[in-house]
Write a protein of this length. Sequence first.
Length: 279
Amino acid sequence: MGIESVSEVRSHGGVQGVYKHASSATGTDMTFAVFVPEGNRPMPVLWYLSGLTCTHANVTEKGEYRAACAEAGIIFVAPDTSPRGEAVPDDLDGAWDFGLGAGFYVDATQEPYARHYRMWSYVTEELPALVAANFPADRARQGITGHSMGGHGALTVALRHPGRFKSVSAFAPIVAPGQVPWGEKALTGYLGGDRAAWREHDAVALIEDGKRLPELLVDVGTADPFLDKELRPELLEAACAAAGIPLTLNRREGYDHSYYFISTFMADHVRWHGERLTR
């Protein structure tokens, strides 16, 4: 499985790389970032799914994860958020919260998006196989996290792949996309109007329908402008309580939705994953 190196730089004793490849899932070239700590040995992997408008570069440049990953011996993988290219359709009205940069981690069934917007297959099947073939990744020790739309992706991927991930966390996730404007727009545009089909991509609905995680860590900022309308962490809190899923929900006083918030608590999340991935 071939990849092309875009850049590789030494950092915290390891290598921060950016790579691209031709994706069979999306039918486009895709770019992703990987940090590999120093050492020639199989290492656990932490997947990070980014949010609306982002690429692999946002967390790579602003996430401040490398020191903690180097200390814990964890590979950090950050894919893009959607397919890109001249042939890839964008939002028909040019809005920022749908289309390019907003793949929502689903396999679209609606035109004109069905051909290229297959981010579910990309992040659950194609990219994991590619990472395993090209990096010293221990596929028996994987964790997943993400931010906002990527938090939604991390939760739904983990809930629908029981046993794959030993640790799951999220920053400011969209926990119930079927009940909030961002999610309703994305799921309608990509999957159509059948709300029953949306439940497979809604963390709260998946928990209500019987999917489980061994435990979950979530951080949100109390000054996040999207907290009450789009994120709705209280819905996840109630669903986890009803299902008996241990949830640590940290409401961080005064923090917003930005990478200033994420970078502040990123090392805490990496260490939390490390405790579960290196047992």
